[in-house]
Design a protein around this ligand. Sequence first.
Ligand SMILES: Nc1ncnc2c1ncn2[C@@H]1O[C@H](COP(=O)(O)OP(=O)(O)O)[C@@H](O)[C@H]1O
Ligand SMILES: [Mg+2]
Length: 252
Amino acid sequence: MEKLLEIKHLVKKYGQGHLESKAVDHLSLEVYPGEFVMIMGASGSGKTSLLHLIAGIDVPDEGTICYHQTTDFGHMGETARTLFRRKNIGIVFQQQCLIPDLTVYENIMLPVMLGGSRAEKAAMKDRIPALCQQFGLEEHIRKYPSQLSGGQQQRIAILRAVVNKPPLLLCDEPTGSLNAAQSEAVMELLTRLHQEGQTTILVTHDRKVAARGQRVVYIADGQAVGHLTFGEDAPMERRKRELADFLQQRGW
Ligand SMILES: Nc1ncnc2c1ncn2[C@@H]1O[C@H](COP(=O)(O)OP(=O)(O)O)[C@@H](O)[C@H]1O
Ligand SMILES: [Mg+2]
């Protein structure tokens, strides 16, 4: 199968001279279509820096980030990266980042308003209500973000990220500011999207969250130092045990 994403020897430095440090340090990673990849690592290990490079929000100092073996972010200008990202990558952050003055419908519509063709905009009249209904959020469609819980807002932010059907979804600690029940609902949504084929890379500190992926990449000091692949039909309890052992071996 053709790789969706191929990262080779990626380096991202911050600071200069004796203050220079590598947030991402010769990291390589491959992602195939349909995968659900979890990224774990201590605070400051470079997870967000890596996600920003994958999203083309930031550019690497060394190494390559290739989509479909052709598009290389390292050698593209900012405009080309922005256009590529709009079409191909959905992004969800820890904070929900919904626009308070827009309704749920308008918030989800936003990516299409920014870059969509007239036909794509027209298609949203059906697509957005259908998407909200599919994930049990239809009663909120005319509400404003302040009328929703943090977990509901995050689920809306996820629908906004996938409304364009991007080949890749990136999530940076999407449950990081949610309670257990809200976190569960968000993971339920992401799991269903993955079951429908959504390729997803998700950064998390939470083992319960990470155990829902297909594999875990462990990052320390900007390097990928461990890989764990769960058995395909492994029950949740076994996944959690395997993950606990894996993390313990890496001093978690
Ligand atoms: N804009 C920046 N300027 C300088 N240093 C940064 C910047 N962003 C991140 N860093 C540093 O890079 C390292 C990795 O940070 P980050 O990618 O945010 O880690 P994580 O998401 O794993 O907590 C940290 O040491 C952090 O202080
Ligand atoms: Mg981070």
